[in-house]
Write a protein that binds this ligand. Structure first.
Ligand SMILES: [Fe+2]
Length: 281
C-alpha cells in the first residue's frame, strides 16, 4: 500500500495557484444533475441503466472524499478529488444513448468521451488551468488497464484515487446486480456476458497470480465476478481496503461463485492479501 506507513505527505499546490472552493463544486454538481436529467427516458430498461450510473457517480464521490480525507489531503484537494469523481463517468450517458451498452469494446472509450463532453461544454471554465488539467487527465485515465509511466506526483495521486473510488463502487453495483431479479435490474451492468455454471481457467489463474484479466478475456458472468475479486489486488490505498473489509465485499462475491476447491483457494488468497495489508499498517 502506498500509505501503509502513515499518511502520505502531499505538497501539490504550486505557489500562486488559484484553488477551487465549495461554490465551484456546487455549481459543477448542478451542471451534472441537469446533464443527467437531459438523458431521462420513459423506456424503463434504459432509465434503469441511466439511473445506475447516476447513483454510481454519487457513491464514487463519497468514496473519493473518504479516501482523500484518510490520506490527509487538504480541503481544496478533497474538493478536487470529489470533482474528478463527479465527472469520471460523464461519458457513460451519451455512450448509452448512442450504443445502448456500457461495453467500451462494442462502442466507444467512455473515459475519452467524458473528457470530450467536459471540454466541448466548457464545464470547467471557471477553474484554474491546473485543476482543469488534473480533472481531464484523471477522467481520461480512470479506466486504463494500468497507469502510464512518467505521470507527475499530483496526476498520479488523483488518478490512483479515482481508480480506487470507482472500483469500490463498481464492486457494490455488481454485488447488488447479482442480488436482483432478472428483468428488474440494470442489464448493461453485466456487459451482456452469458450466465451459466462455467468459468475460464485463464481468468481464474490470473486471479491466483494476483493479476487482473483483461475484459476481452471474459467469457461468462463467473469470469466477470472473478475479475472483480482480482481488482482488490489493484487497489492503491489502505482506506480502500478498509472499505472492502467493512463492506464484506470478498464474502459477498465468493457467495456468488461456483463452490469448488480451486475457487475457494483463490478466494482465500485474496482474503489473506487484504488481511495482510490491513495488519501491516
Ligand atoms: Fe468508468
Amino acid at each position: 500500500m502506498l500509505d501503509s506507513h502513515g499518511p502520505l505527505q502531499y505538497n501539490l499546490h504550486a505557489p500562486g495557484l488559484e484553488l477551487m472552493n465549495q461554490n465551484d463544486l456546487t455549481a459543477l454538481k448542478n451542471w451534472f444533475e441537469a446533464y443527467c436529467a437531459s438523458f431521462s427516458t420513459p423506456v424503463a430498461e434504459d432509465q434503469r441503466n441511466i439511473t445506475v450510473k447516476q447513483d454510481h457517480t454519487h457513491e464514487v464521490c463519497l468514496n473519493a472524499v473518504r479516501i482523500a480525507q484518510e490520506l490527509g489531503l487538504d480541503g481544496e484537494q478533497v474538493l478536487l478529488a470529489e470533482t474528478i469523481a463527479l465527472f469520471h463517468d460523464v461519458g457513460r450517458f451519451s455512450q448509452y444513448r448512442q450504443y445502448r451498452t456500457f461495453d467500451d469494446s462494442l462502442s466507444v472509450n467512455h473515459a475519452a468521451l467524458g473528457a470530450k463532453v467536459l471540454l466541448e461544454n466548457h464545464v470547467l471554465r471557471d477553474l484554474s488551468k491546473h485543476d482543469q488539467d488534473m480533472i481531464i487527465r484523471s477522467v481520461t485515465l480512470h479506466n486504463v488497464f494500468s497507469l502510464p509511466e512518467g505521470l507527475d506526483e499530483s496526476s498520479l495521486l488523483f488518478a490512483r484515487l479515482i481508480r480506487d473510488a470507482d472500483k469500490l463502487d463498481i464492486l457494490r453495483v455488481v454485488i447488488e446486480y447479482f442480488g436482483q431479479e432478472a428483468g428488474s435490474r440494470a442489464e448493461a451492468v453485466a456487459l451482456g456476458l452469458p450466465d451459466g455454471p462455467g468459468y475460464s481457467p485463464a481468468v481464474l489463474s490470473c486471479l491466483m497470480r494476483g493479476e487482473m484479466a483483461r475484459k476481452a478475456d471474459l467469457e461468462t458472468l463467473n469470469d466477470f465476478k472473478l475479475l472483480q475479486l482480482a481488482w482488490l489486488y489493484d487497489l492503491n490505498f489502505t482506506a480502500s481496503l478498509r472499505m472492502v473489509s467493512e463492506r464484506d465485499t470478498i464474502q459477498k462475491l465468493a457467495a456468488m461463485l461456483p463452490r469448488n476447491e480451486e475457487i475457494a483457494h483463490a478466494v482465500d488468497l485474496v482474503r489473506e492479501y487484504v488481511r495482510g495489508k490491513l495488519n501491516s499498517c
